[in-house]
Design a protein around this ligand. Structure first.
Ligand code: MOS
Length: 756
């Protein structure tokens, strides 16, 4: 790798180089416009009113006082809100993108903090004042707040993985082999509710124009999926997809909570229709804790049975995860999926159950399933290593799965062994004593822990288009999003290489649902999906430019053989006679074209039927524990990741730093506390919802083990959004055990849990 200058090195492939993110300067200078910042004429402001009880029914509203606030335009309640036809609950991907509930269509209250009304006024302050004055009367019912009290109502998910597979799986005879195994671990691990807390809150500006068939709804909305937002709103309001446009050029973090079209997006549009003006609705930080999902609480039982050499005979993972009332939809955190395929255990069983509570609908949060699940699995593996007095990395190697034991298929590529080796070497893992409590620095206890990471390669159909203007401008467009992950940057890199243009000649545009359709930026799929479409579009463009070069008026390439042509630095050129060339703008002019537009798309075929496709990694953590204060500091962290081709070493490293940091927060800090009496979030703010700050994060070393994987997709990438959080919390928890001899199975590992 060249030095990290952020400037492409001429003469080599632009993909792979550590290019500075293209949106960076715009963001730090305040010129990047986020959803709430679009300047729209005649804007009105909406503020949500949320329930103050956890369960029951609204018996009446008194909006009279709110209506006296000057500038109030309307107070929407279930009594007067426009009826919308969508009857189905939200987040059901079986029937296409939907708006989640509730939408002020009835007076049932399912959780504390549920939207029950909306105040709209000509200024934000007046809307806030009016919202504060809306009075609701309730008939309160008994609420189920604590997951531990509701385990009796656990039920299997109805649409697990969108109905693609059952929630349970098994191979062999896990119970019998576990019972007979010479070495056994049977332990239960618990993780709390966590909230995504992106810096940018959810925000939507909704604008209606026209009437009848020319009616059009435009939303500027903070989202990970503009196409889904468009489709969900079209369905909800009975419009054609072309009548709705979703715009989102920048996202200030999502981590999964902007993956759904949440009710406030539709409520902004309903309010705009009601007042006949564009309406802006921004969730405040407190509302962000009840309006857009969260990582559900989990209770996970792990049973591992091994022989005396540490070979797994049986692996069982039973996952219970918290849920809302089923009327609101379904979200099942798939905690056990990695336990099916990560180790070569011949006997295996995994179950997933949901525990309904008076809580909002949970949702995806960075590595949904794998993040919580790997804490349980990788802690249990560490406990097994301790029981065997074996090095935890050696235990992983003894159970290395050369092929996917669950799907019984080869991996398209799997450089996990190299991740273990490289990570261990950089960390110095071989010097680790087997016994806990054996390393000290003065009075501090030092501990080393490790864990495995894995995440599936996901990909969906995507399109891209390239516009060549006769003035030399080249613009590539796709209806994708950049969550801060680097989409703008890596797509420009792929396009520049594909078109053989210098990087500065290519502009990449995203965030407009009128661009060719791309999937939601979730499941780490954008680089693979959109990258493959950009490559396809560039290939079509190359063919089209060659045709034009041969057809151009007075072309220097007239009569050349098509396979003698190449694209070089903005010219179509003859390979055999390089002085014969024509620049792209001249090519357009001599074909009497103002502009050339070429589209390309790419979608997965049946490669997943033949291969198991996953990224992998190895996480190593060092902690330092003050035995008197029980203070835990992570002092070193090494993550080694194999995720296919790395498009940009700099943005890739940022993804890894972010994932590991979030994993350290999961291990030691993050938890949403919910009052067991009222169902209210106790600290709905980011000062008391504790997350790591710079002072909490050590030097994180990231290693990328590149894989050349021709099977996965044309871009050759597996995705990096989620992988680096997986296993990070377990590596820290295992290091805490190694330092102290105390096994904490309940996250986060706060000081009182290791006080003895
Ligand atoms: Mo991710 S949790 O799929 O945005």
């Amino acid at each position: 790798m060249p030095l990290d200058t952020g400037i492409p090195v001429i003469g080599r492939s632009i993909v792979g180089q550590p290019i500075d993110r293209r949106d960076g300067r715009l963001k730090v200078t305040g010129r990047a416009r986020y959803a709430a910042e679009f300047d729209i004429d005649n804007l009105a402001y909406a503020v949500l009113v949320q329930s103050t009880i956890a369960s029951g029914e609204i018996t009446g509203f008194d909006p009279s006082e709110a209506q006296t606030v000057p500038g109030v335009l309307t107070i929407l309640t279930p009594d007067n809100a426009p009826r919308v036809p969508q009857a189905a609950p939200g987040q059901s991907e079986t029937s296409g993108p939907l708006v989640a509930k509730p939408l002020l269509q009835d007076k049932l209250v399912y959780y504390n903090g549920q939207h029950i009304a909306l105040a709209v006024a000509d200024t934000l302050e007046r809307a806030q004042q009016a919202a504060a004055l809306v009075r609701a009367q309730y008939r309160e019912a008994e609420a189920q707040i604590r997951m531990q009290d509701a385990l009796g109502s656990a039920y299997p998910p109805k649409r697990f993985r969108n109905g693609a597979r059952p929630p349970d799986s098994r191979r062999g005879d896990p119970e019998a082999t576990f019972t007979a195994a010479p070495v056994k671990i049977d332990a239960t691990y618990t993780t709390p509710v966590e909230h995504h807390n992106p810096m940018e809150p959810h925000a939507t500006i909704a604008l209606w124009e026209g009437d009848g068939d020319s009616k059009r709804l435009t939303v500027y909305s903070a989202t990970q999926g503009i196409s889904n937002t468009r489709d969900a709103l079209a369905k909800l309001f009975g419009l054609k997809a072309e009548q709705v446009r979703a715009i989102c050029p920048f996202v200030g973090g999502g981590f999964g909570c902007k993956g759904n079209t949440w009710p406030h997006v539709a409520l902004a549009a309903m309010a705009a229709a009601a007042v006949g003006r564009p309406v802006k609705l921004v969730l405040d930080r407190k509302q962000m804790f009840t309006s857009n999902g969260y990582r559900p609480q989990t209770i996970q039982r792990l049973r591992l049975g091994a022989d005396a050499e540490g070979r797994l005979l049986a692996l069982m993972h039973d996952g219970l995860t918290s849920m809302s009332h089923p009327a609101l939809g379904e979200f099942a955190e798939p905690v056990g999926l990695a336990s099916e395929m990560l180790y070569a255990a011949p006997n295996n069983a995994v179950t997933h159950r949901l525990v309904p509570l008076n809580a909002p609908l949970p949702t995806y949060m960075r590595a949904p399933g794998e993040a919580s699940g790997s804490f349980a699995l990788e802690s249990a593996m560490d406990e097994l290593a301790a029981a065997l007095k074996m090095d935890p990395l050696e235990l992983r190697l003894r159970n290395y799965a050369e092929t996917d034991p669950h799907e019984d298929k080869p991996f398209s590529s799997k450089a996990l062994q190299q991740c273990y080796a490289d990570g261990a070497e950089v960390f110095g893992w071989q010097r680790r004593p087997i016994e806990p409590g054996a390393m000290r620095d003065g009075t501090a206890l030092i501990g080393w822990g490790m864990a495995t990471a894995t995440y599936p390669m996901n990909r969906s159909a995507a399109g891209a288009r390239i516009l060549f203007d006769s003035d030399g401008t080249v613009v590539v467009q796709s209806g994708t999003q950049d969550l801060g992950t680097g989409t703008y940057t890596v797509m420009a890199q792929l396009a520049a290489d594909g078109l053989k243009l210098p990087l500065h000649r290519v502009r990449f545009e995203l965030g407009d649902s009128d661009f060719p359709k791309a999937p939601v930026s979730g499941g780490s799929q954008s680089a693979a999906s959109v990258g493959s479409a950009v490559i396809a579009a560039a290939e079509s463009a190359r063919q089209r430019l060659f045709e034009l070069a041969l057809a151009a008026n007075r072309s220097p390439l007239a009569g050349a053989a098509p396979d003698d042509l190449e694209l070089v630095d903005g010219f179509v050129r003859s390979r055999s006679a390089p002085h014969r060339q024509i620049a792209i703008p001249a090519l357009l002019t001599r074909n009497r074209l103002e502009r050339l537009i070429v589209e390309g798309d790419a979608k997965p075929a049946d490669e997943k039927k033949r291969y198991s496709m996953h990224s992998f990694g190895a996480q190593f953590a060092e902690v330092r524990v003050d035995p008197e204060l029980a203070q835990i500091r992570v002092t070193r962290f090494v993550g080694a990741f194999a995720a296919g081709r790395i498009l940009n070493m700099k943005t890739a490293r940022s993804q890894a730093l972010g994932g590991v940091t979030m994993g350290i927060g999961t291990a030691l800090m993050e938890a949403t506390h919910i009052d067991p009496n009222t169902g209210r979030v106790v600290y709905p703010n980011v000062s008391e919802y504790v997350m790591p700050v710079n002072a909490d994060i050590p030097d994180i070393t990231t290693i990328f083990v590149e894989e050349q994987d021709r099977m996965i997709n044309p871009a050759g990438v597996k995705g990096l959004g989620e992988l680096p959080i997986v296993g990070a919390a377990a590596a820290v928890a295992n290091a805490v055990w190694h330092a102290t001899g105390i096994r904490v199975r309940d996250l986060p590992i706060t000081p009182e849990k290791i006080l003895t």
